[in-house]
Design a protein around this ligand. Structure first.
Ligand code: DGT
Ligand code: CA
Ligand code: CA
Ligand code: ZN
Length: 588
């Protein structure tokens, strides 16, 4: 089992315990463990295998949870989970996929109204029965009705890219151990860096397809073989995800990788272009198209290209196109004109400008965050704990914020004691846009900050005009540097607020305010389309982790993928600049 699997099991246990009205601390222990494990870079299996360490060294993992992790690693099963699942009706899980419905609310709906399906819930909302249940009202009922449509969309059952990536990495490592494998690459939506991934696609270069397929079937995560052909097989892997494997000869590896990377729309356009050049392109290579021959499967034709992707694109007169751009938009046209962007990379990033500490809802202290940032090679960071409106996170008022900034001044001074400091820590804050307008800290405080993130966390259901006006007011505040997670969506969980994003982009362009690409895998907000629109309007973007722990700093790569899908270059991203350059770029 991968870390992602184990995190999912613990989350599930947390939900089930809460549904049963279990002890809140026990519920929280499972949720915290799930969050910690989900964010770990190293695998739990390798921590366990290390004779120098034990699982209980990990934060929030006591003897009991360590034992459960070991059981999961050994058997892939957790008796406690099976026991809980037996006691809870299956419909509960379906209902919990509705944004805003947690275990407690679901229990009321099941107990009071006997709801046994999403359809039954929808009907109960339409009949007005839900608003009669204690703790629900007309507003909640209307919101549930709207969110049922969201939960029913099959798109919202897909894995997050980061979850798919965890599975892909362990799968690639396993396949590389097979002696019959010459090359193996992940393809499909995973390779294109989509926000969510439906199934995983794998392309293998080998002369011995049966041996490669056997090896995949022997993978400890394979729970079922769905299909086995001569050169292709599909299995069910961790978290029930389907994995499609193709085996091809050396001479066709690039062609197969290109074909199975997709997207389908991109491939359709590429095939059209090949046809215009009297050629045909398929998963085996590029071939001359003779008027008298069949268009496909012409074994007599000799391959013009096939071994590498670069050769495939060259055979239709194009430079290689990065997978993140292969969505069937204008990328082929741009490639033809030599206008492909030099996409931003992780190595271009010099600073991280949104993160939290134990002063509010972070898990690690200021010095711990700074050390972790230095270890990741960053040359500056901004500490941006929540402002006072976020009471749940113990948000900072003026006094506590100024105290934190004093601590940052002392830390910077200590770092600079023996020559040039390894990192500069900016005095920042994540202010909240209040429901009635305005920010939760006054300008005379914000004026003293090096960096101000403004975000909207409350009143997310206000009408479009109100939300847009609140955000534009923040954009126009001269002390605000960047708008955090501008649309508020959580992938698979919660749609964006109703917002005129074009008006926000226009205001940001007019005022020189930056817009964030929040790199948290649940957020990725702005998304690729909005980020591309921001670029066109001349807005600079900031890619930030919004880390709530030292491990949280590692999600930067997810934000980079989103930026690449938007076609962004290093020059479009403010935090690729050196600190002096960044300060010049800021409007103050
Ligand atoms: P997913 O799995 O829903 O996240 O999205 P993809 O893009 O990974 O889609 P998938 O797994 O169905 O197929 C992988 C790639 O293989 C796809 O992007 C293009 C290629 N492909 C698959 N089936 C077809 C097809 O019928 N026609 C064409 N042109 N390409 C196909
Ligand atoms: Ca796929
Ligand atoms: Ca597939
Ligand atoms: Zn934040």
């Amino acid at each position: 089992m991968t870390n992602a699997d184990i995190a999912a099991v613990f989350d599930h246990v947390g939900d089930l315990l809460e549904y049963q009205g279990g002890n809140v601390f026990r519920v929280r222990a499972y949720r915290n463990a799930a969050r910690m494990i989900g964010g770990m870079v190293e695998s739990l299996a390798s921590v366990r295998a290390d004779s120098e360490r034990t699982l209980t060294d990990l934060e929030g993992i006591g003897a009991d949870l360590a034992g459960k992790i070991e059981a999961l690693l050994d058997t892939g099963k957790l008796p406690l989970l099976a026991e809980l699942e037996q006691k809870v009706p299956a419909v509960v899980f379906e209902l919990m996929r509705v944004p805003g419905l947690g275990p407690k609310k679901v229990k009321l709906l099941v107990d009071e109204l006997g709801i046994d399906s999403l359809d039954a819930l929808e009907q109960a909302c339409r009949d007005g029965r839900v608003e009669g249940v204690k703790g629900f009202g007309a507003k909640t009922q209307a919101a549930i009705l709207e969110n049922i449509a969201f939960a029913k969309n099959p798109e919202h059952a897909r894995l997050l890219w980061s979850e798919a990536d965890a599975i892909m990495q362990s799968l690639l490592a396993w396949m590389q151990e097979c002696p019959a494998v010459r090359q193996v690459e992940g393809a499909g939506s995973w390779r294109r860096g989509r926000e969510t991934v439906g199934d995983l696609d794998l392309v293998v270069d080998s002369g011995d397809a049966p041996a490669v397929m056997d090896h995949l079937h022997r993978w400890k995560e394979t729970s079922a073989v769905l299909l086995r052909g001569d050169t292709k097989t599909s299995i069910r892997g961790p978290r029930d995800v389907q994995i499609d494997l193709r085996v091809v000869d050396h001479g066709s590896f690039g062609a197969a990788l290109q074909y199975f990377t997709g997207s389908k729309d991109h491939n359709v356009k590429l095939r059209g272009r090949a046809r215009d050049r009297q050629r045909t392109i398929n998963e085996y290579g590029v071939f001359e198209l003779r008027p008298d021959a069949q268009e496909t499967d012409a074994p007599a034709a000799t391959s013009l290209a096939g071994r590498t992707e670069v050769d495939i694109y060259a055979a239709v007169g194009l430079p290689w196109i990065p997978p993140e751009l292969r969505e069937g938009g204008d990328e082929i046209l741009r490639a033809e004109r030599g206008e492909l962007p030099q996409l931003v990379t992780l190595a271009d990033i010099r600073g991280d400008l949104h993160m939290h500490t134990t002063a509010t809802d972070g898990e690690d202290t200021l010095p711990e965050m700074v050390r972790a940032a230095i270890a990741r090679g960053l040359s500056y960071i901004a500490i941006t704990d929540h402002g006072q409106r976020v009471t749940m996170a113990h948000g900072l008022d003026r006094k506590r914020l100024l105290a934190q900034w004093g601590e940052i001044d002392r830390l910077n001074a200590a770092l600079a004691e023996e020559g040039p400091p390894p990192i500069v820590v900016l005095k920042g804050i994540e202010v909240d846009m209040l429901e009635k307008g305005g920010l939760d800290l006054p300008d005379d405080v914000l004026e003293q900050a090096d960096w101000v993130v403004a975000s909207l966390h409350y009143g997310q259901n206000q009408p479009r005009d109100r939300i847009t006006a609140r955000i534009i007011e923040a954009v126009e505040n001269p002390f605000v540097s960047v708008i955090g997670h501008p649309t508020g969506r959580l992938i698979n969980r919660r749609p964006a607020y109703d917002l005129d994003i074009e008006a926000v982009i226009e205001a940001a362009a007019r005022t020189g305010t930056f817009l964030e690409i929040n790199a948290n895998p649940w957020r990725l907000d702005l998304d690729d389309r909005h980020a591309a629109a921001a670029k066109r309007a001349g807005v600079k973007l900031v890619i930030s982790t919004d880390a709530h722990s030292t491990r949280g700093l590692d999600v930067m790569r997810c934000g980079i993928l989103q930026a690449r899908r938007a076609g962004l270059e290093a020059s479009d991203i403010a935090n690729t600049r050196t600190l002096p350059q960044l300060k010049k770029l800021m409007r103050r």
